[in-house]
Ligand binder design. Structure first.
Ligand SMILES: [Cu+2]
Length: 328
């Protein structure tokens, strides 16, 4: 009875949102509904549940369900739109914007010298950030996972590509392109163009800006392969390359909002950091000694969070029972 009553309240609450937010509100209703497990007809095999998580079938039950993060460029355009629309909705809808604000603001408030200038928290803090962000988008549509942008494959032409290959596509399935230098570098195409989307007040409001530097990235496939091949004893070298070269290169070369302390408000931060997390995940899969290296010896919690860094080492079992894997 209590449950039924609760559902009624939920429906009421979100019916209000539907009339307020139209099409977008309706999506919330759909996905607040109960998620029924798919039929486990194929014992021991992988099955997708209603939230597109990759699960195993055991005794008619779905277990070990993983969020599968995908390469943005390999996702079909509808999946890309789903992510971009959800991102936009999270950053604007009255029922979700508070949480979006909290996450962006936390990244801004955490001192840069802790977050990006030391090996102690960069990887685990951003893994926490990605899961929280993903949780937010999954309140809109539980099939959403954070896509990653494999800039390595296009290291010599990261700023462009042809049509569907293009991360920076001006259509509604891309991030939009470079900013307009004669308009303060405001982005003028794609879903985050200046007439469609604004930065948060804490980020100064105004338009999203970009100021591309058209240079090759250091992290080409061969460079990335060598980095991933570094032995266990060279973890700090591995970490440093990812943080100071791969991470910084994209922030610097995309420029504009990405180059500032308010970069966490730029939508491209998510697919960029998702790829950095994938690189770390790849390294960790080389063995348990790789998975648990370094962070267990770091004292103290992550700045401004309730977690220790070592709690974010095992993507098969992250806090909150979250399991994350990456598709190649
Ligand atoms: Cu960061």
């Amino acid at each position: 009875m209590l449950v039924a009553h609760y559902r009624f309240v939920v429906i009421l609450l979100f019916t209000w949102n539907v009339s307020e937010a139209g099409e977008q509100g309706r999506k919330i209703v759909e996905f607040l509904g109960e998620v029924t497990p798919a039929n486990c007809r194929s014992e021991g095999r992988y099955v997708l549940n209603k939230c597109d998580e990759r699960c195993e079938c055991r005794d008619g039950k779905l277990i070990n369900c993983y969020r599968v993060r995908k390469d943005f460029i390999k996702m079909d355009v509808n999946q890309r739109r789903r992510f971009l629309n959800a991102y936009k909705m999270a950053s604007t809808h009255p029922a979700l914007k508070g949480e979006y604000h909290r996450l962006v603001a936390l990244h801004i408030a955490t001192p840069n010298e802790l977050l990006h200038s030391s090996p102690d928290i960069f990887f685990p803090w951003h893994r926490w950030f990605l899961v929280e962000f993903e949780n937010l988008l999954r309140r809109i549509d539980c099939r959403i996972t954070l896509p990653y942008w494999n800039w390595s494959r296009v290291a010599d032409r990261w700023w462009s590509g042809s049509d569907a290959e293009d991360f920076w596509s001006p259509g509604d399935h891309g991030l939009g392109g470079d900013g307009n230098p004669s308009e303060c570098h405001c982005v003028e195409d794609g879903p985050f163009s200046k007439d469609q989307w604004r930065l948060l007040k804490i980020a100064g409001g105004g338009c999203l800006t970009r100021n591309f530097t058209y240079v090759n990235l250091t992290g080409n496939p061969e460079h990335l392969r060598r980095t991933l091949a570094l032995p266990l004893e060279m973890f700090l070298e591995f970490e440093k390359i990812v943080r100071l070269i791969y991470h910084n290169d994209i922030h610097d070369d995309v420029g504009g909002t990405m180059y500032t302390t308010i970069a966490s408000n730029a939508p491209e931060v998510i697919p960029h950091h998702s790829f950095l997390d994938k690189i770390w995940h790849h390294w960790q899969r080389k063995g348990d000694d790789y998975k648990y290296v370094y962070y267990p010896s770091i004292p103290g919690k992550l700045p401004m969070l309730e977690y220790y860094g070592w709690q974010w080492l095992d993507s098969d079992n992250l806090p909150g029972g979250v399991k994350v894997t990456y598709e190649d």
